[in-house]
Design a protein around this ligand. Structure first.
Ligand code: ZN
Length: 351
């Protein structure tokens, strides 16, 4: 059933041409460090290890995605928040961020650094160079959401309180975060060329049950629109939009962003695959949305059954479909459950 190579398949999918089988993304970032038995320090602070551990799981499980800079909370860390790396007996833990802004005074006095010269940004550029030297020419640029990125420098409960009581302060921080992300984006575009740059957006804060729809409309949507507009003006044409959590009620907003054809919308299990594709239309690629819970605690057969159901809907989507976990793959998922995703594609994913 594999008539095409991974590269040929993705190239054809991105051009809207027919392919032989459903591609697989594993989102195995921190998972790869764990699988390679690395410590948190060795994975998060050593770019050769971060890259090659992902390269190995990618090749072992037949993944179609490129290794990514997976230094969790890197935006916050580069702005002065403290990021703690830790290991447990089960392996690497996801780093915990201690936001740098803890009071109104901190927020009022907060200013952007003068240069993009922090350790974590040096690691990011080093990772990009390693990836490019290994044939992965695309550079992923984190572009939002701005509110999500703010949670890496401001305590979430404080941010929610300020959204009600200190709107001007929240707008000030949003403006600063947007400006900072654009500084990094401009540097990437200058260094690597706009055609090699892919904009990444994640929307966990905007999901149902996190911020109220009223607050999303007031603080999030305007900055999401602003960042897309800024990227479009700079000539960015590749977008990856991760609808993290339940976004069934935000689909009209995303449709109205009028993103370029072949944009990839990656869906969480709480967002309906068929409804989203019907809503957004056939110009877009949809990826998703294998349950995190099943990938972590289900049996191999549970994973195959779950993937079968998703593939049967996904295969019919006109814009194209990629089988992928609902979100980032948890570091403690059993490796055989990734094998099971591939197995499900072999059984049910041929076109
Ligand atoms: Zn997610």
């Amino acid at each position: 059933m594999n008539c095409l190579t991974v590269q040929e398949r993705m190239k054809r999918l991105n051009s809207g041409l027919p392919i032989d089988r459903v591609p697989l993304l594993t989102n195995a970032t921190v998972f790869s460090g764990n699988f390679a038995r690395l410590t948190a320090e060795k994975f998060f602070c050593n770019m050769e290890s971060m890259f090659h551990s992902q390269l190995m799981t990618r090749s072992l499980f037949g993944c179609h995605g490129a290794p990514s800079f997976s230094h969790v909370n890197w935006v916050g860390e580069s702005l002065g928040s403290e990021n703690t790396y830790a290991n447990s007996e089960f392996g690497i833990l996801i780093p915990q961020i201690k936001p740098i802004i803890k009071s109104v005074k901190d927020a009022e006095e907060f200013s952007l650094p003068n240069s993009l010269n922090t350790q974590v940004l040096k690691w990011r550029y080093e990772f990009i160079e390693i990836a490019r030297a290994n044939g992965f020419s695309k550079v992923a640029m984190t572009a939002g959401s701005v509110i999500e990125m703010l949670t890496q420098i401001v305590d979430v409960s404080l941010l929610f309180r300020w959204m009600i009581r200190e709107p001007e302060l929240v707008f000030k921080l949003c403006d600063q975060m947007a400006e900072y992300l654009l500084q990094i984006i401009d540097s990437d575009i200058k260094q690597y060329g706009v055609d090699n740059c892919i904009a990444l957006f994640f929307y966990p804060m905007e999901a149902k049950g996190i911020m109220s729809p009223r607050l999303v409309e007031k603080y999030s949507f305007p900055y999401i629109e602003y960042m897309h507009q800024q990227l479009t003006e700079r000539g960015v044409s590749n977008y990856n939009e991760h609808l993290c959590g339940n976004h069934n009620e935000n689909l009209l907003f995303f449709k109205n962003l009028n993103l370029p054809s072949r944009t990839n919308f990656s869906l969480d299990e709480k967002t309906d695959l068929l409804k989203t594709s019907t809503y957004l239309g056939s110009d877009y690629i949809i990826s998703g949305n294998v349950s995190t819970k099943i990938l972590v605690s289900g049996s191999i057969q549970d994973v195959i059954n779950e993937c079968q159901q998703i593939i049967e809907i996904g295969k019919k989507l006109k814009g194209g479909f990629i089988l992928a976990p609902s979100c980032d793959l948890p570091p403690n998922a059993p490796p055989l459950n990734l094998y099971a995703m591939n197995e499900a594609i072999c059984k049910y994913g041929t076109y």
